[in-house]
Design a protein around this ligand. Structure first.
Ligand SMILES: *[C@@H]1O[C@H](CO)[C@@H](O)[C@H](O)[C@H]1NC(C)=O
Ligand SMILES: *[C@@H]1O[C@H](CO)[C@@H](O)[C@H](O)[C@H]1NC(C)=O
Ligand SMILES: *[C@@H]1O[C@H](CO)[C@@H](O)[C@H](O)[C@H]1NC(C)=O
Ligand SMILES: *[C@@H]1O[C@H](CO)[C@@H](O)[C@H](O)[C@H]1NC(C)=O
Ligand SMILES: *[C@@H]1O[C@H](CO)[C@@H](O)[C@H](O)[C@H]1NC(C)=O
Ligand SMILES: *[C@@H]1O[C@H](CO)[C@@H](O)[C@H](O)[C@H]1NC(C)=O
Length: 375
C-alpha cells in the first residue's frame, strides 16, 4: 500500500515539467494530501524536495498541508511523547538555559543586553524584563529568518508562503507563523545529545570553537558510535534517532566562551570577520537531518550552522533559511549543555526526556526556550 502510493507520488513529481513557470499563488498548489492519521504516507525524500519547482530551494512547503504553521513540530505525537517517558529513569532534571543576561554583551552588537529593573510596590515587589529574544538561549520561531535570494526584502519568503515581510510589522495584529503556535503545540519528547566536543577531547584533538570550523555529519555519526549508539540504519530502525526526536549538539562553544576572562567575552562580538564553530552547511547535512524526521535541532553555539553563514546549498542558501522558512524547523541556540553532557557521560546514556515551553506571545518571532532535560 505504502509502496504503491509512494510510486504514484514519485510519478506525479516526474510529470511536473522541470522548469515550470512559477505560479502566482504557491498556496493553491500541490500540497501532498497530508493525512493526519497516517503522517508519513507519501513522505518525500530529501531529493524530492521541494514538492513544486516554484517553491524555494529544498522547501518542505505543502508537506504538512499548504496552510500548516507548525512544520517539523508536527513530528511530535502522543506516541512519541509517551515513548519518551521511558527515558526518565534517575529522576534527574537539568536546566538547559543560560542566565538570560549571558552572553554579555550579546554576540551581535546591534542586540542590546537585557534590562532588568525592580519595582517596589506597597507590600510586594515586581521586576521588569526588557529583552531581545536573540541574546541568550533562544528558540527561533518561523518569523525569524526568511528565504532570500539576494538579501533584497522584495524576495523574502516565509514558511508555506503564509505571510509577507510587511505583515510581521503590521499594526493589524496579524499573528500568522508567530511563536504562539509553538507555545500551544506542547513541545515534549525524546532528546538525543551528540557530544562532539567531548568526542574531540577523547581523541586529544584540540579545536577552537571561536574559529571557523565545520562539524560534518560524518563527524556526528562517529560521535554517535563513540557514545555507544548505532548511527547506521538497520532493519529495526533508522539509526540512533526516532521520528519526533530533538537533536542537540555540543560544539564546545558554550564551555570555551564561559571560560574566557570577562574582557575577552567583551571583545567576542566585535571581532573582525567573526567566526564560530558550527554544523557544516551542505546538502549532505540537510539530507541527513531531513531523513531523521526531527522535531527540532539545537546546539550550544550561536547559530547551529558554522558562522559566518555560508550560502552553499544549491542556489545560495544557508541552513537557517532551509530549516526555518523551508521546513518550519525551529532551531534552539546557545543551550547550556555542560551539566547535561557530564550527566550523560556518567550514566553512559545520551537520550533523555526533553521539554521546551516558549513564551506565549501572539506573533512573536523567538523566545527563551525554557528547555529542560529529565533523565
Ligand atoms: C488516512 O490514513 C488512514 C490510516 O492509514 C486511512 O484509513 C485513511 O483512509 C486515510 N485517509 C485518506 C483521505 O487517504
Ligand atoms: C590522549 O592523551 C592521554 C594523555 O596523554 C592518553 O592517555 C590517551 O591515550 C590519549 N588518547 C588518544 C585517543 O590518543
Ligand atoms: C566550512 O564549510 C564551508 C562550506 O561548506 C566552506 O566554505 C568553508 O571554507 C569551510 N570552513 C572551514 C574552516 O573548513
Ligand atoms: C556503521 O557503518 C559503518 C560503515 O559501513 C561501519 O564502519 C560501522 O562499523 C557501522 N557501525 C555499527 C555500530 O554497526
Ligand atoms: C577581514 O576580511 C576582509 C575581506 O575578506 C579582509 O580584507 C581582512 O583582511 C580581514 N580581516 C582580518 C582581521 O582577518
Ligand atoms: C553550531 O553547532 C552546529 C552543530 O555542531 C554546527 O553545525 C553549526 O555550524 C554551529 N554554528 C555556529 C555558529 O557555530
Amino acid at each position: 500500500m505504502f509502496l504503491l502510493e509512494f510510486t504514484a507520488f514519485a510519478f506525479l513529481l516526474c510529470v511536473f515539467p522541470a522548469k515550470a513557470t512559477p505560479i502566482p499563488d504557491a498556496r493553491a498548489l500541490v500540497s501532498r494530501q497530508f493525512n493526519a492519521s497516517d503522517m508519513y504516507a507519501n513522505w518525500p525524500t530529501y531529493e524530492q524536495l521541494p514538492l513544486h519547482p516554484s517553491f524555494p530551494t529544498k522547501a518542505a512547503w505543502g508537506v504538512w498541508g499548504s496552510d500548516d504553521e507548525l512544520g517539523a513540530l508536527n513530528h511530535i505525537t502522543p506516541e512519541t511523547i509517551k515513548a519518551a517517558l521511558a527515558e526518565v529513569q534517575e529522576g534527574i532534571a537539568i536546566n538547559l538555559n543560560l542566565d538570560l543576561d549571558v552572553p554579555h554583551p550579546p554576540l551581535v552588537p546591534s542586540r542590546t543586553p537585557m534590562v532588568h529593573t525592580f519595582l517596589a510596590q506597597e507590600g510586594y515587589q515586581d521586576d521588569i524584563l526588557t529583552i531581545n529574544t536573540q541574546i541568550s538561549t533562544q528558540f527561533d520561531g518561523l518569523r525569524h529568518f526568511p528565504y532570500s535570494t539576494n538579501a533584497d526584502v522584495s524576495t523574502y519568503q516565509f514558511y508555506n508562503d503564509l505571510i509577507t515581510f510587511d505583515e510581521i510589522f503590521s499594526a493589524e495584529g496579524i499573528t500568522t507563523l508567530g511563536i504562539q503556535n509553538a507555545a500551544n503545540k506542547g513541545i515534549a519528547g525524546r532528546g538525543v545529545l551528540l557530544d562532539w566536543a567531548g568526542w574531540m577531547e577523547s581523541r586529544n584533538e584540540s579545536f577552537d570553537a571561536l574559529g571557523a570550523r565545520n562539524i560534518t555529519v560524518d563527524d556526528l555519526d562517529a560521535v554517535a558510535e563513540w557514545q555507544g549508539m548505532n548511527p547506521n540504519s538497520t532493519s529495526s530502525g533508522p539509526g540512533f534517532t526516532r521520528p519526533g526526536d530533538f537533536l542537540i549538539i555540543r560544539t564546545g562553544f558554550g564551555k570555551q566562551y564561559a571560560a574566557l576572562p570577562k574582557h575577552e567575552q567583551m571583545i567576542v562580538p566585535f571581532r573582525e570577520n567573526s567566526t564560530i564553530i558550527g554544523v557544516e552547511t551542505s546538502d549532505k547535512t540537510l539530507a541527513w537531518i531531513w531523513e531523521k524526521k526531527l522535531a527540532l535541532v539545537g546546539a550550544d553555539n550561536f547559530s547551529f550552522e558554522a558562522f559566518p553563514t555560508v550560502r552553499r546549498v544549491q542556489d545560495g542558501r544557508g541552513l537557517h533559511e532551509v530549516f526555518i522558512s523551508g521546513w518550519g524547523q525551529n532551531i534552539v541556540e546557545l543551550l547550556d549543555l555542560e551539566k547535561l553532557a557530564e550527566t550523560c557521560h556518567r550514566l553512559s546514556r545520551f537520550t533523555f526526556f526533553f521539554t521546551i515551553q516558549v513564551l506565549n506571545v501572539g506573533g512573536g518571532v523567538a523566545s527563551p526556550p525554557n528547555a529542560m532535560a529529565i533523565l
